[in-house]
Design a protein around this ligand. Structure first.
Ligand SMILES: Nc1ncnc2c1ncn2[C@@H]1O[C@H](COP(=O)(O)OP(=O)(O)OP(=O)(O)O)[C@@H](O)[C@H]1O
Ligand SMILES: O=P(O)(O)OC[C@H]1O[C@H](OP(=O)(O)OP(=O)(O)O)[C@H](O)[C@@H]1O
Ligand SMILES: O=C(O)c1cccnc1
Ligand SMILES: [Mg+2]
Length: 559
């Protein structure tokens, strides 16, 4: 099957294609999952029904929200989870020789047909402690899934959140381009970053492979090497260009651009701003315009932005304009981006006025160079004229936070709730197979997420419900929800007869993400000291957590 269709995976109802990255196999797990699986099997415990929650404990980047991403790849793994003979041989070699053959026969027959997966919709805004995924199934196989599922969710959600945060600072009207492939953590880091930055609200990527795999819009400019590779205008052999409507031809675009350059130089409003521009740069721009007359965009900072790059660009753009083409704009990749963008805009406006070229003043300005949330914020505060940002290193490597810290914790086995205790209260797990809901208030904002036991009645619109902090006795609030949204839906029914949620196309996931972010109360979203979103449990679940906690915690003895 065509690779693009495969990874775009519209998996509604029918066959679910395999993971996008062929390295995602049942072996992409930690050794201890196999040693535990063996020990479960040896104790004949491997088929005991377990429930695991996958969640994170703290929002990344000092924020109070996270974008959930990576679900589709998890379902692709689960749907195709099967060991090959080669893989089984390798596991046999990797485990002690004393492991019995029967275990490998067990692995040979293993798949996820007895596993059920419940999940929040991909692209949702999510919060700490609330399960993103609930995995139910035989304990041995659920355990084998821990590492790959956490791996598939962790970076995806982290980088999608990073993208959403960059979008928040840049503002809705700006074009955001992901330029990170060369700096990403390896090929999967690059491909995943492109996919999930798009999901988190970027507009396009420079990553061609990601464009093909996921249908993400591709965008790009050119590099300094293209500009510095030209020595003089004489290098351009074919200088002719047909007009946009095909009615006439210009025999020498180089001369036309040079003519325009002297007109600009001697125009009343621009006189004295620059002297001689760099002619090799003019040659590079003209050559690029000949190659791409309908989308001419120039990188203007190779020699000197205001004394060379901008006038040269304008000269070529005006030459194209004579032939009925509209230039696309410039890219600034160094220097004070706020100042230079404002100066460039003034220049463009002056050209529009001086030569009567409508729209020239609105020429698009792209900025790049080590951009991140802080620099975008600084640019906003200073005032700038940038229309589009190309962002690489800080975005795709998630420089500000290395990992999301997702965990996968056992919450129930054989219908018996389990808890993991810790000295650190934030690390105590919330036991039981649970349901979770998002409750919306009168103004349409989400107010609180609440977890309940699986068999508790669901919160009802208009009915007051007590929401308790899971661990802090004094923190509680009554909520009368205006809308109740159940968060966990069935994405893999295993052998149950539950209907399976479709895996939507990436575009729909992105739309969901953007809509959900827009629906958040602004104080949760602000960069400085955002208000934490409330995550709670029902009164019944609260009591049960604390009953189990006391039950499991040994009583100390003072001497
Ligand atoms: N107006 C501004 N306010 C805050 N930060 C800015 C502004 N303009 C640019 N920056 C950031 O400042 C840094 C400048 O980078 P750096 O000191 O390497 O200089 P440069 O402009 O890249 O120069 P070079 O020509 O040597 O490459 C980048 O991270 C850039 O995003
Ligand atoms: O700055 P980032 O956010 O990582 O975005 C991508 C950068 O990659 C490119 O140049 P590269 O960094 O390879 O070379 P340069 O720094 O010398 O321009 C581009 O010109 C950007 O500056
Ligand atoms: O197209 C660009 O301008 C681009 C692409 C990747 C990295 N830096 C710039
Ligand atoms: Mg750079």
């Amino acid at each position: 099957m065509d690779q693009q269709v495969k990874a775009n995976g519209n998996c509604s109802g029918g066959v679910v294609e395999g993971p996008t990255n062929p390295m995602v196999t049942p072996l992409l797990t930690d050794l201890y999952q196999f040693t535990m699986a063996y020990a479960y099997w040896k104790a004949n415990k491997h088929q005991e029904r377990a429930v695991f929650d996958l969640y994170f404990r703290k929002n990344p980047f000092g924020g109070e929200y996270t974008v959930f991403a990576g679900l589709e790849e998890c379902i692709r793994l689960i749907a195709n989870f099967k060991f090959t003979e080669d893989e089984i041989s390798f596991i046999r070699e990797s485990l002690p020789g004393s492991c019995e053959d029967g275990f490998f026969d067990y692995l040979r027959g293993l798949d996820c047909s007895e596993v059920e997966v419940y999940s929040i919709a991909e692209g949702s805004v999510v919060f700490p402690k609330v399960p993103l995924l609930r995995i139910e199934g035989p304990i041995a196989v659920a355990q084998l899934l821990e590492t790959p599922l956490v791996n598939l969710i962790n970076f995806a959600s982290l980088v999608a959140t990073n993208a959403a945060r960059h979008r928040f600072v840049a503002g809705k009207s700006k074009i955001l381009l992901e330029f990170g492939l060369r700096r990403a953590q390896g090929p999967d880091g690059g491909i995943s970053a492109s996919k999930y930055c798009y999901l988190g609200g970027f507009d396009a990527t420079s990553n061609v492979a990601a464009g093909r795999l996921f249908g993400i819009p591709l965008r790009g400019t050119h590099s300094h090497a293209f500009v510095s590779s030209y020595m003089s205008p004489d290098e351009i052999v074919d200088k002719s260009l047909r007009s946009a409507d095909g009615s006439r031809s210009c025999e020498d675009l180089v001369s036309l651009a040079q003519t325009w350059l002297s007109k600009i130089q001697w125009s009343s409003s621009l006189r004295g701003i620059f002297g001689e521009t760099n002619q090799s740069e003019l040659a590079a721009f003209t050559s690029y315009a000949l190659a791409f007359p309908i989308s001419f965009l120039a990188l203007v900072d190779t020699y000197d932005v205001m004394r060379s790059g901008i006038p040269n660009f304008c000269a070529v753009a005006l030459a194209l304009n004579d032939l009925g083409y509209k230039a696309a704009g410039i890219r600034l990749d160094s220097g004070d981006l706020a100042y230079l963008s404002c100066e460039a805009r003034k220049f463009f406006r002056a050209i529009e006025k001086e030569f009567g070229v409508p729209g020239f003043g609105k020429m698009s300005i792209t900025a790049s160079n080590d951009l991140n949330e802080e620099t975008l914020d600084a640019l906003n505060k200073q005032g700038h004229e940038v229309d589009a940002y190309g962002i690489g290193t800080y975005l795709v490597t998630c420089y500000a936070q290395a990992a999301l810290g997702c965990v996968f914790k056992l919450v129930e086995i054989n219908n018996q709730p389990r808890i993991k205790l810790s000295e650190d209260v934030s690390k105590v797990s919330i036991p039981c197979k649970k349901r979770s809901y998002r409750l919306y208030g009168r103004e349409g904002y989400p107010l609180v997420d609440i977890m309940t036991g699986e068999n508790e009645p669901s919160p009802k619109v208009g009915e007051r419900i007590l929401c308790r902090h899971p661990f802090n006795e004094s923190k509680r609030a009554y909520v009368v929800p205006q809308q109740v949204e159940e968060l966990l839906k069935c994405y893999w029914p295993g052998s149950s007869d539950k209907p399976r949620e479709d895996l939507p196309p990436l575009q729909d996931i992105r739309d969901r993400c953007i809509k959900q972010l827009e629906r958040m109360r602004p104080d949760h979203m602000r960069r400085l000291n955002p208000t934490p979103y409330k995550v709670s449990v029902s009164a019944k679940l609260y009591d049960f957590i604390h009953f189990l906690w006391l039950n499991e915690a040994p009583v100390g003895e003072l001497q």
